[in-house]
Design a binder for this molecule. Structure first.
Ligand code: SDX
Length: 436
């Protein structure tokens, strides 16, 4: 962060003395006005619910240019990472700042592979859930429960603890998600197989049974690996901000990541892929493509509360680059499975075309986001709809832990403690119950 050759002067029309605020440059992207001393100098807070204009931290991990529709992980464009690298290389990049060479990739992948098993006690947590529990309810519980097993890596201020906790979380999330799935279908859990890739092992733990051999389909393996890369990190989104705020109290990394899982579940955030697929299913049931006009009319009617799920984004005011890559992955997987005529995919493309030509969406710069197509490709792979967000959490874990470790490693960080604009009652005395 460098001091800009610019200052912000805040002046007040009521005669309050004006204050000068420093302006800082990052490397790319908007400058920031440093308001840390504002309250001390003016007795006033800034007001920014939803943080539309607030930089909550400095970070060197992910950069998004919402107008250009650009997404960089440590400077590398997502289009190149998703097509020239795999998820293990992306994890190494997000955690350590550089893509590994062949030796480094082999060692990192081996380290992750050696941590894919969970403590045998973890299976007893699942027994407490109903079989029809939502996988995200299970995951919120299981991830938090990990902190009960790793007392050797819960001191977030210890760099070695942070390192091993990162590896354990990245390695164990697929195992936990697969266990959550097997529990809901009443099948036995499958142990990890160390000779498989990260994505291949997840497919194995999800769909293999003890009764017969299971062959990983390389096209599905590659598609899933790309889905993980596309979801790996995304700057200071709601769940990452949750992880940072939770971790800023010094709590252990497993608890902080569990908070991220809980936040991601919301339909406005990671839950949108499940909601988008359900939306497409509803339109299909109502009559398909010819019902799109009616649906769009509902979306435009503010009172309907209906949103076009998988569309719009707080930052992207252009096409989400991940959505483009997800659409391509959709075509590859549907082609591989002979599902080119998948009605939901055709419906999604028709809906996208209509929306992108409709003034309501154009004027609000609403484009497809990562969630619009991800549900279709996951459904084609055979992943049940309620598990979509759990897979998003699996992939985002590396981003959450990289961002958390970056914050803890920043000497400037403090516990996060926002203030408020108070609009409640003035001081008043209690009336005794007998007189109320
Ligand atoms: C993710 O932050 C991240 O980076 C998140 C994420 C990540 O990788 O971490 O990218 C993952 O969460 C993607 C977003 C998934 N959510 C959805 O697809 C749900 C549908 N989208 C909307 O809920 C909404 O677009 C948000 C929540 C994504 C963004 O909301 P904003 O920035 O607060 O936008 P807004 O509500 O201010 O919308 C501006 C206008 C409003 O209309 P007006 O008040 O101007 O008349 O656009 C409308 C909104 O009503 N609008 C939509 C819409 N999204 C916004 N109208 C219909 N359908 C939509 N999807």
């Amino acid at each position: 962060m460098k001091l800009a050759d610019n200052k912000a002067t805040l002046s007040f029309s009521n005669g309050t003395p004006s204050v000068e605020l420093p302006v800082y440059h990052g490397n790319i992207g908007p400058d920031v006005i440093d308001i840390r001393k504002l309250y001390a100098q003016t007795g006033m807070f800034t007001y920014d619910p939803g943080f539309l204009s607030t930089a909550a931290c400095q970070s060197a991990i992910t950069y998004i240019d919402g107008d250009k529709g650009e997404l960089l992980y440590r400077g590398y464009p997502i289009e190149q990472l998703a097509t020239q690298c795999d998820f293990m290389e992306t994890c190494h990049l997000l955690l350590y700042g550089e893509l590994p060479n062949a030796e480094g990739k082999k060692n990192f992948t081996r380290t992750v592979t050696m941590h894919t098993m969970v403590n045998e006690q973890m299976q007893f947590f699942l027994r407490g859930f109903r079989r029809d529990a939502h996988p995200m309810a299970i995951m919120t519980g299981l991830v938090g429960a990990l902190s009960a097993f790793y007392h050797d890596s819960t001191d977030i201020n210890n760099p070695q603890h942070r390192e091993i906790a990162a590896i354990r979380l990245i390695a164990k999330m697929p195992t936990l998600v697969a266990m959550a799935y097997k529990y809901t279908v009443g099948q036995p859990y499958m142990y990890p197989k160390n000779e498989l890739s990260y994505a291949g092992n997840f497919l194995h733990m999800m769909f293999a049974t003890p009764c017969e051999p299971y062959a990983v389909n390389p096209v599905l393996e590659r598609a899933l690996d790309r889905i993980f890369t596309l979801h790996a990190d995304h700057e200071q989104n709601a769940s990452t901000s949750t992880v940072r705020l939770c971790g800023s109290s010094g709590t252990n990394p497993f608890a902080a990541i569990a908070a991220g899982v809980a936040c991601l579940w919301g339909p406005a955030h990671g839950g949108a892929n499940e909601a988008a697929l359900n939306m497409l299913g509803d339109i299909q049931k109502a009559g398909g493509v010819e019902k799109i006009g009616e649906f769009i009319k509902q979306v435009k009617d503010k009172n309907s509360g209906v949103k076009l799920m998988g569309f719009g984004h707080r930052v992207y005011k252009n096409y989400d680059p991940r959505a483009k890559l997800m659409q391509e992955t959709c075509k590859e997987v549907l082609g591989e499975l002979g599902l080119e005529n998948d009605p939901l995919f055709k419906l999604a493309m028709a809906l996208e075309k209509i929306a992108l030509e409709d003034e309501y969406f154009v004027s609000r710069k609403l484009y497809p986001n990562v969630d619009f197509y991800s549900g279709i490709v996951q459904r084609a792979i055979g992943i049940p709809v309620p598990l979509f967000t759990a897979i998003f959490a699996l992939a985002r874990t590396v981003g959450w832990i990289a961002q958390l470790n970056e914050m803890i490693g920043d000497p400037e960080y403090k516990i996060g403690r926002p203030r408020q604009l108070f609009t409640g009652s003035n001081r008043r005395d209690v009336t005794p119950l007998a007189q109320r």
